[in-house]
Design a binder for this molecule. Sequence first.
Ligand SMILES: Cc1ncc(COP(=O)(O)O)c(C=O)c1O
Length: 416
Amino acid sequence: MSTAQSQSSGERIYDPVAGRVRGFGTTVFAEFTALANAVGAVNLGQGFPNFAAPDFVKDAACAAIAADLNQYARSAGHPRLVQALAQVYSPLFDRPLDPLREIVVTVGATEGIFAAVQALVDPGDEVILIEPFYDSYPAAVTMAGGAPVYVPLRAPAGSRHAGDWTLDLAELTAAITPRTKLLIINTPSNPLGKVYTRAELEAIAAIVHRHNLTVLSDEVYEWMVYPPAEHVRIATLPGMWERTVTLGSAGKTFSVTGWKIGWAIAPPTLAHAILMAHQWIPFAVSTPMQEAVAVALEESDARGYFSWLSRMYRAKRDHLLVVLDDVGLTPMTPDGSYFIIVDTAALDAPVAPGERRDIAICRWLTKEIGVAAIPPSPFYSEPHQYLTDNLARFTFCKTDKMLEEAARRLKKIKTR
Ligand SMILES: Cc1ncc(COP(=O)(O)O)c(C=O)c1O
C-alpha cells in the first residue's frame, strides 16, 4: 500500500471520562482562537472574514425576515434558491441543471460533506483523503463506519508555490483497494491554496474511472481563484458528471460563514441519496437565509460580484505574501482560497520535548509575536504529521486594518 495509511473504523464509542466520542476532540481552530483571545493576538488563524458582508446580501436577509418566511423549508432546498443555483451553475457545468432533482441545499458545506458521506459510504468502505485535508472529512468518514485512507500531496524541497504540491498517481493507485468507494478532493484547497489544474484532474478522473469510484469535490473556495490559475470543476470532465458530487458554500461566497448555507450538486441518483441522509440530519435549512442567498445569487452576475471577490482577495493575498516573506516566514503562494502556508524552518522558537513543532511554533507566534496562525498537523493523518513540522497556516480573509496590525507585530520576528 506504499505510504498511504488506512485507519480502522471502530472509534465511535462515547467516553464518559473524557466527555466526548473517542477520536473527536476539540478542534485546533477552537484551541487557537481561545488562545488568541486570551493573549490579545491578531487572529490570522481561523478562516472567517471579519469584514462586513455586502449590503445587497444583508438587505436580502432583512427583506426575507420582513416577509415572514418563517416556516420549514422544502427539505431539498427552498425553491427560489435551487432555481438561482441552477441559473448560476448550469453554464459553469455546461449542462442544464434540474433545480428540483440535482441540487440539495445543506447546512453549510459541512453538512454537505457529512450527508454525502453518510449517503455514499457503508461500514467498512474505504475513502481516499488527500493530505492536507479539511478536518471534517475523516470525522464524517469515521462516523459513517468507513475507513479513511490517506494519500499526501508532495512538494519538492524549497517549494515556494502551492501548485508545486502534487499527487503521486502511483501512490494514489496503490492506495485503492476493492473496498474503496469514494475519493474526496478539495479545489481550491484548504489549507494549501492549491488549485488543481485541468491536467491533474484529468489524471485523477482516469483513475476514478478505472476503479469505478465516486468523487466528492469540495469547491467552497471556487470564487477565490487568482489568475492565471483557473477553477476547473471535475464534474465537467468527460464521464465525470455521473460520478461526482460538487459542494459549494454561501458562507465563503458571500462572507457570511455564520449563515451556514451550502449546496450539493449531483446527478439525480446521487442527489437523491444525499437528500435521504439530509432529511434525517437537519431535515431542512433556514428558510429566510435561503431566500437571502437566492436573491444574492440572482444579483451577483449583474453586480460583477464574483470577479470583485477574487480581485479583493488577491490584493490581500499579495499584501500578506510580502509581509510574510519580509520576516522570513517563507510563504508558498496560493492560487486560490484565502490561506497561505508558510515554511517556518528559519524560526528558532522553543519546542518542548515530545511537542509537535508546528503546534509549538504557532503557540509561540500567538503568545510572543501576537499573531495567531494554525498548525497544519491536524490536516494530516498521524503517520504523516511529521510533514508539517515546519509549516504554519495564515489566513488573509481579514480587514486591511487587521492585516496591517498583524504586519506590524510580525516585524518583531526580525528584531528580537
Ligand atoms: C475545504 C472546506 N470545506 C468546507 C468548509 C465548510 O464550509 P461551510 O462553512 O459552508 O460549512 C470549509 C470551511 O472552512 C472548508 O475550508
